[in-house]
Design a protein around this ligand. Structure first.
Ligand code: CS2
Ligand code: MG
Length: 404
């Protein structure tokens, strides 16, 4: 039954944006893929894998997924963190891909089978103004999305998070050196309630509306915004504050019933244990690629389930189609699934990562091919050389360094 690993390699490709992919191959020639992309710090994970992980995989049994996870997590000594946990995630997902391929089953069948017919997703409507954003939201509704994230420009600011030139494909890592954004919390706090009021007036109540604060408020400011948005019933307010101070969410909870989502930058269950156990959040956004893979993400979902917290996994374009496929198998088979983010990849990216999932009636489904249902065209990948790109940085209008 053993399937010894005979090869493990890192493929770095940049079809419009950088992706790092781990490919593990067994003695019988079965291979699995794992996404290892950490936006803006891609080569750190590539080196961690190439220099410190891949040599350990050769000869190991690909079926021993849990043992491999523990070996790489405990064996590192310097456990946790975004680079190490992204590397472990890539190994984990690749091994699940292999196991499902050998079993001849779509991965979700190995994770307990389907809990639902499809994975409900949310799309991203953005615009330079409230009016433009609302028109984009109408377009997304007409495309069939049942949930739409609203991100608008802020009057008086030359730039902000989530507003892109390209309406369909948002990629924030947009330059060889960090783009400088500017920020004003007072201007922002005045804009968001107007955005939601306008969106509800045009879209009504049959579509879920979400918003990403992107780590920029204090707890009391988040309480203020949550309260101001209550009349418009947001599906969630995401990353309202930076989440190192988990107890800070108690203040937000004291002031608003607006649902809270957090966790796309979390690396492990330890980053969200207090938030979940104290009921300080409603959705956990930890992802397959950055939180230790499917093996660890299932533990986070199981803990969350005990405390009425649902999943709401991150799904931006810097998570490759390999991650999206894994997230869909996870979302299909997880009882306390909430919603899945879905930022479409460009046709250039989709060509490098051919996959089975497709959008229909507001949902995605991973398909029923054995394994993840995604592949890597290495020939095409080689035609897109890596090019360093940074996420933006953000400063207050007086020049003070702030959170992007
Ligand atoms: O919720 C989201 O999709 C955002 O927070 C992301 O676009 C995030 O900015 C990027 O993934 C960072 O690489
Ligand atoms: Mg976000």
């Amino acid at each position: 039954m053993a399937s010894p690993i005979v090869d493990a390699k890192v493929v770095i490709t940049s079809p419009g944006r950088n992706f790092v992919t781990l490919k593990i191959t067994t003695a019988e020639g079965v291979y699995g893929l794992g996404d290892a992309t950490l936006n803006g710090r891609e080569l750190a994970v590539a080196a961690y894998l190439t220099e410190h992980v891949c040599p350990l995989l050769i000869g190991k049994d690909a079926h021993r997924i849990e043992d491999m996870w523990q070996y790489l997590y405990r064996g590192a000594y310097w456990r946790g963190g975004p680079v190490g946990m992204t590397a472990i995630a890539a190994v984990d997902v690749a091994l699940w891909d292999i196991k499902a391929k050998i079993a001849g089953l779509p991965l979700y069948q190995l994770l307990g089978g389907a809990c639902r017919d499809g994975v409900t997703v949310y799309g991203h409507a953005n615009g330079a103004t409230i009016e433009e954003t609302v028109q984009e939201a109408i377009r997304y509704r007409d495309l069939g999305y049942r949930a739409i994230r609203l991100q608008s420009g802020v009057p008086g600011l030359k730039s902000t998070y989530g507003v892109s030139r390209d309406k369909m494909f948002y990629e924030p890592a947009d330059a060889a050196l960090p783009t400088e954004n500017e920020w004003s919390t007072p201007r922002y706090l005045r804009m968001v309630p107007q955005l939601f009021k306008a969106a509800r007036a045009e879209l009504g109540w049959d579509v879920e509306l979400l918003h990403d604060v992107h780590h920029r408020l204090t707890p009391i400011e988040a309480g203020r915004l949550g309260k101001d948005l209550e009349p418009y019933r947001p599906f969630w307010l995401e990353d309202a504050v930076t989440a190192e101070h988990q107890a800070g969410f108690r203040t937000i909870r004291d002031h608003t019933t607006t649902p809270l989502a957090v966790g796309e930058i979390f690396s492990s269950i330890w980053d969200c244990k207090t938030l979940i156990e104290e009921g300080l959040i409603d959705f956990i956004r930890a992802t397959v690629v950055h939180a230790g893979g499917l093996t660890h993400l299932r533990r986070i979902a199981a803990l969350a389930d005990l405390y009425h917290v649902k999943t709401g996994c991150h799904g931006a374009t810097d998570l490759s189609p390999v991650s999206m496929a894994a997230a869909l198998h996870f979302g299909l088979s997880t009882s306390n699934f909430g919603i899945q983010e879905y930022m479409r990849h460009t046709p250039e990216t989709d060509a490098v990562f051919p996959h089975n999932y497709g959008f229909e009636d507001g949902m995605l489904h991973p398909g029923d091919a054995p394994g993840l249902g995604v592949d890597l065209d290495e020939g095409l990948a080689a035609r897109h050389p890596y090019s360093r790109a940074y996420l933006p940085v953000n400063r207050l209008q007086d020049g003070t360094m702030f959170n992007w």
